[in-house]
Design a binder for this molecule. Sequence first.
Ligand code: GDP
Length: 259
Amino acid sequence: TIPLFLHTFIFRASGLVSLPSILLLGPSGSGKTSLLTLFERGANASTHTSQSPIAVECSLPVGAIARTDKYRSMNDPTNLTHKKFLLLDTPGHGKLRHHALETITNPQNLKGVIFLLDAANMAAGDEGLRQTAGYLHDVLLLLQKRMSNGTSKAPKEMAILIAANKMDLFTALPAALVKSSLETEITKLRVSRSKGLLDSGVNMGDDGEDNDDWLGEMGSKDFKLSQMEEFNIMVEVACGNVTGNANVEKWWKWVGDRL
Ligand code: GDP
């Protein structure tokens, strides 16, 4: 497998690195490969497996208008060219996740992160929900650290789309329930993780106020995704489905708003 930095190098060498990029991540089986195939359709399609991270050049479809184009006249010829961006696919497999997290800490013109999940695998008390929430927690915590370390390299704002996939399945939870289930699960997770730290003595002598590993608002009882706004991380949840009668309009619009 080719490491991500090599891809980045290749894209830099080919001049494509100036394209804005969107990072795609999520647990395996959530539909990343399927979404990637759908997003790159019409572009220079290439087949790949989800084993190694890969950057694919995509174009916004006609009709989805990028934010920067909103005020252009209808007759402006630049409207006729598709807005291009790179979609960085990352493996959902636990062992390979460092690739995904590497991109977050070392972004190349990163405009946003799509966290794809299987909304039909989110039942309360389910292993699927626990794993998905755990992965999301880690991604958010990494971003939070990145945004709050105050270096000039950190972007002013980072946008995350929680894309709730497989809405065509009748067991899929609607967006509002996906959101609240994740919040409930992360609430539990964040408590157990900080307890683990206390038990291990890591936080001894610490008043707990600047615990780096606490996600969201310090001292809050319940975790809410909106708590990420304090760190200039804007989280949105939108549902859709990739296969069958694909419905990814809300996701396209979100991408368009970031370009
Ligand atoms: P990845 O591991 O995240 O890359 O996920 P894949 O793209 O390989 O998808 C995993 C499985 O979910 C495949 O069998 C897909 O056909 C299926 N899948 C992906 N998107 C959808 C969807 O919107 N609806 C349904 N019903 N199945 C989907």
